[in-house]
Design a protein around this ligand. Sequence first.
Ligand code: CU
Ligand code: CU
Length: 478
Amino acid sequence: MKITYKVLSLLLVLVTLVAGCSNAGKEEVASNVVEYTLTSGMDNGQMVYIGVGGGIDGVKNPMLSAYVGDLVRITLTSGEGVEHNISFPDFNSTSANVVGKGSSTMIEFAVDKGGKFSYFCTIPGHRQAGMEGKFEVSGQAVAAVPTSEAQGSFTGATGPIVVSGASATGADIVRDPTELPTPLPRREPQTVRIDLEAVEIEGQLADGTTYTYWTFNSKVPGPFFRVRVGDTIEVHMKNLTNSTMPHSVDFHAVTGPGGGATMTQTPPGEETTFTAKALNPGLYVYHCATPMVAQHIANGMYGMILVEPEEGLSPVEREFYVMQGEVYTTEAFGSTGHLTENIQALLNEDPEYLVFNGAVGALTEQKPLKANVGETVRIFFGVGGPNFTSSFHVIGEIFDRVYEQASLTSPALTNVQTTTVPPGGATMVEFGLEVPGRYILVDHALARLQRGLAGFLIVEGPENPEIFNGTPVPGSGH
Ligand code: CU
Ligand code: CU
């Protein structure tokens, strides 16, 4: 089928003959102008180029072809309003970005060598999300034409480099760990409306350092939702007009294809909806599931929903909401200024930053957890990831109860020091507070502490020398 299209398209597009360039003094061989028009779109959750007209009409990521000596002219139109471009790196030609539905751009380049090449969108993540096709050139390079291999070579994502730009400030994207709904009253199942809004936002990653986050409702993690088993959730997924990406949501609490992702692929400026019944109690992750999914998660699109069992959870004095994630930047950890995402580092699972609730210092200096001696605390802890398993631990405490893998219907494990939480997974831990002071939430893979992964639980109240007694060494950090 592809061969037929190729031949057809050749027949149809090679008809335009252009006379030799009229530039005086230049002897040029008459060459063909090969014209292709492509539009952008979504197909099965993938981003694609779609051929327009000729033999490539309607073909996704069509194979394009030309002969050595041809002049290739490519017109790209935005079919869905997402920002894109098209690049032929082997011919040193990249279009401007199309922004907004219906906008278009054009590039022209001379084909000076034969072979098999590719074209793709250079916007980070788009190539991996599907926007790539083949470009075949028949014939040999003309001897007289010097090849420009070196300058035409494409330099992809570079490895981490230390830069120290001017310090930058951005929006506060940190989700307060106390920002979660109170326990539900015992009631009959009902329909619960869930509003999600995809917001792409320049946020504060660390002191003096910003990053372009993709968020649910402007914070990382997204809102904490609380329903009971048997409830029906009515999800409204909105994507802001100024977004550069479609976004969606996959609820791990939902039974059905894609956890809702199949029904919520939402272009900028649009809204989608679906309903689902919460069949299984538990604490569940939700996340954006638009390709490249790992990129959307790394940029901040994850959160949790609690499906309470019919009888509810046992009462505690304090509940907290904490999620762990990774950030992959081109610049090294500690750089200031606006950092750029690094897709290659993401694919290599080599993050520069690891964070609780979105940013370095989120749960230490900015929004620490606070409680009092004598209280019992519960932490809803999840990993957005996308790649790293957490060895969740609170320095100086022992979990009295761990609801392993966030199973709320299995008996809790008791007296646990550290618990494993996989990406896209969660846990619920509970412990009583006997001794005042500062406790540190960590992933016990402690190298990650050096990349931003720490939180404080500050406990106030009377000393309890029978349980813990001594004189702290100055500067002990606790
Ligand atoms: Cu997304
Ligand atoms: Cu998932």
